[in-house]
Design a protein around this ligand. Structure first.
Ligand SMILES: C[S@@+](CC[C@H](N)C(=O)[O-])C[C@H]1O[C@@H](n2cnc3c(N)ncnc32)[C@H](O)[C@@H]1O
Length: 259
């Protein structure tokens, strides 16, 4: 039986590059240490730090994976759990911004059998995702007729105002390097939502370098919506503690509400 392929948030090529880089540094350090002991030892320290980091992201990748600890799917379930709190009746059009390999898009389509779901993403080269992969996953999961995908930028969504009844997103806004103003990104997502439409966005809202103070960030959105709630999603009980770092789940927060 054909199986969907939901790609890991930690790409394999990143893990491989870090581990291979660490091994290369170790080799160079070993050669250097005979000529210049201090430089050689410093390089060795750097190599061990890279090796440690590489092994950490390898372990995190396994915990996140559907074929490992399955944490990634549970993180996405958190978005749907909070979307349900908006009271959306499940009818109409929903948008998944930065859909990756379509994991949240498909979950949404399965949870709401009367909805049509659109996934949008840039599918840049840094990721192992593609539009074809999303379409294949939706078809294999039996929701191909109610899920469609298109290429588009979260900073300038390719949709007219107010066409969606729902908008969701998971771990995307912090990735949009071309738009450092994250408030503008959320307002862009709200633009395509109809008045009263429901939303649930999960991201690294506790990363001060990206969002500043999370509470202030949410307060600034309040004039643009009729209802908004902020939820601290850090240290979830379903995830092993070692994932609670800045690199993986340590800054996770969620906003949900109605436009
Ligand atoms: C960590 S992945 C999350 C994917 C998916 N939301 C999930 O939870 O499985 C980040 C995603 O953001 C997408 N992305 C980054 N910048 C984007 C942009 N400007 N517009 C749309 N998508 C973008 C990437 O292509 C990638 O699919």
């Amino acid at each position: 039986m054909e199986k969907p392929r939901y790609k890991n948030w930690i790409p394999f090529k990143l893990v491989a590059a870090v581990l291979l880089g660490a091994l290369a540094l170790l080799l160079i350090a070993r050669l250097l240490v005979e000529k210049n002991a201090v430089a050689g030892l410093l390089l060795m320290l750097l190599a061990f730090a890279a090796l440690f980091f590489g092994l950490y992201i390898l372990r995190a990748r396994t915990a996140l994976d559907d074929d490992g600890g399955g944490v990634q799917g549970k993180v996405l379930d958190g978005v749907l759990r909070h979307l349900a709190r908006t009271g959306w009746n499940g009818r109409g059009k929903a948008l998944d911004i930065g859909c990756g390999s379509g994991a949240l898009t498909v979950k949404l389509a399965k949870a709401y059998p009367r909805a049509h779901v659109v996934g949008v993403d840039l599918w840049g080269r840094g990721w192992e995702y593609s539009q074809k992969l999303c379409e294949d996953n939706a078809r294999i999961e039996g929701v191909g007729a109610r899920a469609s995908f298109r290429c588009g930028d979260a900073a300038k969504l390719p949709f007219v105002d107010g066409v969606f009844d729902v908008a969701v997103s998971n771990f995307v806004f912090h990735e949009v390097r071309a738009q450092p103003d994250k408030r503008a990104l959320i307002l862009e997502a709200l633009r395509v939502l109809r008045p009263g439409g429901a939303f649930a966005f999960q991201d690294t809202f506790f990363n001060r370098h990206v969002y500043g103070d999370a509470q202030e960030f949410v307060a600034a959105l309040r004039p643009h919506v009729t209802e908004i709630h902020f939820v601290d999603m850090r240290r979830p009980d379903y995830a092993p503690g070692f994932l609670n770092t800045r690199v993986v789940l340590g800054n996770m927060g969620l906003i949900w509400g109605r436009k």
